[in-house]
Design a protein around this ligand. Structure first.
Ligand code: NI
Length: 174
């Protein structure tokens, strides 16, 4: 089932998500729904608060369109190690539609998480995967990528979003 993706400035995107409890049997369905929602929106990552659920759950798939899908389900993920080195790369977010800006991130991170069957796992990623892991885990703490930008840049993005929304509303009204 496709879920509705919340966009900024929705207040739920600013909340800290809760650890998923051991006996929570709702997460398998949620993970599938989140993956479907992410693929439909052509995203590489989606965190549960983006669909209005304040649980520490993330789905990621950084495979290119011409590659086999390679979905990752992460429950209660946390960064346990990271490189000293950082790099600035352009980022976007399904909750900040069509807006992109450079964000500084660790080049490599190691994340500990539970998979869909609640087995403890670790994953080490660099490149796009490292960015996606940091971006999505930020969401679980109520942090959106624009928070890493200057106030001026944040204002510009919010303004453009507002403009796009108004235009869309007008087009729909015609
Ligand atoms: Ni995002």
């Amino acid at each position: 089932m496709k879920l509705k993706i919340l966009e900024i400035p929705h207040p739920l995107l600013r909340e800290k998500s809760k650890e998923v409890e051991r006996n929570d049997s709702s997460i398998k369905k949620l993970l599938e729904d989140m993956l479907e929602t992410m693929y439909a929106a052509h995203g590489v990552g989606l965190a549960a608060p983006q669909v209005g659920i304040l649980k520490r759950i993330v789905v990621i798939d950084v495979a290119r369109e011409d590659e086999q899908p390679h979905p990752l389900f992460l429950v209660n993920p946390q960064i346990i190690e990271h490189s000293e080195e950082t790099e600035e790369c352009s980022e976007g977010c399904l909750s900040v539609p069509n807006q992109f800006a450079p964000v500084k991130r660790y080049v490599e991170v190691t994340v500990q998480y539970e998979d869909a069957d609640r087995n403890m796992k670790q994953i080490k990623g660099d490149g796009l995967l490292a960015i996606a892991l940091q971006h999505e885990i930020d969401h679980l703490d109520g942090i959106v990528f624009i928070d890493h930008l200057s106030k001026l840049r944040q204002k510009m993005i919010l303004k453009r979003l507002e403009k796009n929304r108004k235009r869309k509303a007008m087009e729909e009204a015609e």
